[in-house]
Design a protein around this ligand. Structure first.
Ligand code: ADP
Ligand code: MG
Length: 171
């Protein structure tokens, strides 16, 4: 049975884009924040320092979260909520001790809530994630350059096509 089901991203579509500067990351975040809809789920994985939090800050700006709400890594709290055009639920599973912590914290309710959920280190809790989601794997390729492997389920096709028209893809 189901080795195939161990990694859902295998069943998803995927493409890799190139980011050259922090401004590119801000542009990507703005696009995501402006296009986000209630119940959208964005998973961010990849090394420490790859830019998961930096991208989330840019998403917050795109969602019209006020500049005065500084978006920081919610490692200890696991979740921070910000008010914008839509609520932003920013989660960080880095320090998660187990899936029961997610279940007990009621985080799953947010996945189906009115806001955009952004999850850093989503793979620490992959089994609890809805299958309909957008997944970014960020890799550091230079001081300011990054590659982002984007995987998506069908309901994210149109936002992904907007991303792909605005950024160069890696063959
Ligand atoms: P993570 O949350 O993935 O651990 P952070 O967003 O906290 O990473 O840190 C990323 C660091 O890399 C920040 O200091 C940021 O200024 C820097 N950086 C440089 N270039 C980029 C880029 N193109 N995109 C995102 N962050 C970048
Ligand atoms: Mg972070």
């Amino acid at each position: 049975m189901g080795l195939v089901f161990l990694d859902l991203t295998w069943q998803m579509n995927s493409k890799t884009i190139t980011i050259n500067t922090l401004e590119d990351t801000e542009k990507l975040g703005a696009l995501l924040g402006m296009t986000a809809w209630p119940g959208m789920i964005l998973c961010l994985d990849g090394d420490l320092g790859a830019g998961k939090t930096a991208l989330t800050q840019a998403i917050a700006r795109g969602l019209q979260v006020p500049e005065s709400s500084y978006v920081s890594s919610p490692s200890f709290a696991i979740m921070h909520e910000y008010k914008g055009r839509l609520p932003l639920y920013h989660m960080d599973f880095y320090r998660l001790t187990g899936e029961d912590e997610v279940q007990e914290g009621g985080f799953e309710d947010y996945f189906y809530g009115e806001g955009l959920t952004v999850i850093e280190w989503s793979r620490r809790c992959e089994d609890l994630l809805p299958s309909e989601r957008l997944f970014f794997f960020l890799a550091v390729t230079g001081e300011k350059s990054r590659e982002i492997r984007i995987s998506w389920s069908d309901s994210y096709a149109s936002i992904v096509s907007r991303i792909l028209t605005n950024f160069s893809t890696v063959a």
